[in-house]
Design a protein around this ligand. Structure first.
Ligand SMILES: [Zn+2]
Length: 327
């Protein structure tokens, strides 16, 4: 019971405090890739902690052992003992239900959103096959349009699309910059990161953490793509390119498209104008360690009691060789 309660308390603390800390942090815009990882780690850890808490209620803690047959006997004994009492059976059933609902809901929404994305990509890809033309020089697809737009279509075919109006609005350096921006989206699979965060927000709409994570992830992947473009073309060139393609067009883009002038374009331009001030190596390394620690703690909370019980013998003499049971 203690591991389950510890995991639930950990998940609740992260769900309540994590978004506030991350949104108040001043470093996220200076290290968007680390910030994306932090939001992903936060959501995954909360989900994993609640699911593991359910599993801990369902299956009693058994001491770890190299004797697999003995470990199996100890597991069976522990389960029989727990489910012999009404309280133990109720806790176990509740835990199993909790874990199954969370896992099932997550997988269902994830599959549904990824499936929708794949279908929309395929549908839009067929339209591009008909109305677009390949530009041999830049390797992108050109659409005749008076709206200045650049976007990419992730997936197996990985296509970047640019309108004739955008080609006229951008000089060569700016064109390189927006193409580098789209290339960052494609090569770093920002579509999958975004799809995952959207799936969690859809699966658990009542939990603010997942809604905020989805919104912030959409914003941060644009900052990350801007930084990748700035590393190649310079920050002011990227800012100028964004201004040229940021005006909202009358034709809505498909939801799976990642546009250069998309989320928060005005704020992104303002961010690019001052000199770059990236997070230092030491602070980036500390942040990476903190992200890794988020994942590690649930494992320790669940595995610690089992490891601690490994040296004890709480089983009857007939299964002395088995791992021992935690109280
Ligand atoms: Zn973008």
């Amino acid at each position: 019971m203690i591991p389950a309660l510890s995991l639930l308390a950990y998940a609740l603390t992260l769900a309540l405090a994590g978004p506030r800390l991350l949104r108040a942090a001043s470093w996220t815009d200076r290290a968007p890739r680390l910030a994306i990882a932090a939001w992903q780690a936060l959501t995954v850890t909360v989900l994993a902690s609640v699911t593991l808490a359910g599993a801990a209620l369902t299956f009693p803690t058994v001491g770890v052992s190299r004797d697999l047959a003995g470990l199996l006997r100890a597991c069976i004994m522990a389960i029989k003992e727990q489910y012999a009492s009404p309280g133990g059976a109720a806790a176990g059933t509740t835990g199993a239900g909790l874990a199954l609902v969370i896992l099932g809901r997550t997988l269902w929404c994830l599959g549904s959103i990824l499936g929708d994305m794949a279908r929309e990509r395929a549908r839009h890809g067929r339209i591009l096959d008909i109305v677009g033309r390949d530009d041999a020089h830049s390797g992108v697809i050109v659409l005749d349009s008076d709206e200045s737009t650049v976007y990419c279509l992730p997936g197996r075919r990985r296509r970047t699309v640019i309108t004739t109006a955008a080609l006229q609005a951008l000089d060569d350096a700016q064109l390189d910059a927006v193409l580098a921006h789209e290339q960052a989206h494609l090569s770093e699979r920002h579509d999958l990161i975004l799809g995952f965060s959207r799936a969690l927000a859809a699966a658990f709409p009542g939990i603010a953490l997942f809604r905020l994570a989805s919104t912030e992830t959409a914003r941060l992947i644009e900052l990350r793509a801007d930084d990748a473009a700035a590393a190649r073309s310079g920050r002011l060139t990227v800012a100028g390119a964004l201004l040229a393609v940021a005006s909202p067009g009358k034709t809505p883009l498909p939801a799976v498209a990642l546009a250069a002038g998309g989320v928060g374009a005005a704020a992104r331009v303002r961010r690019l104008i001052p000199p770059h001030n990236p997070l230092g190596r030491a602070r980036t390394a500390a942040g990476s360690l903190a992200v890794a620690a988020l994942f590690t703690l649930p494992v320790l909370l669940l595995g610690g009691p089992a490891a601690a019980a490994a040296g004890q013998n709480l089983c009857p003499d007939t299964i002395v060789s088995a791992g021992s049971l935690a109280p």
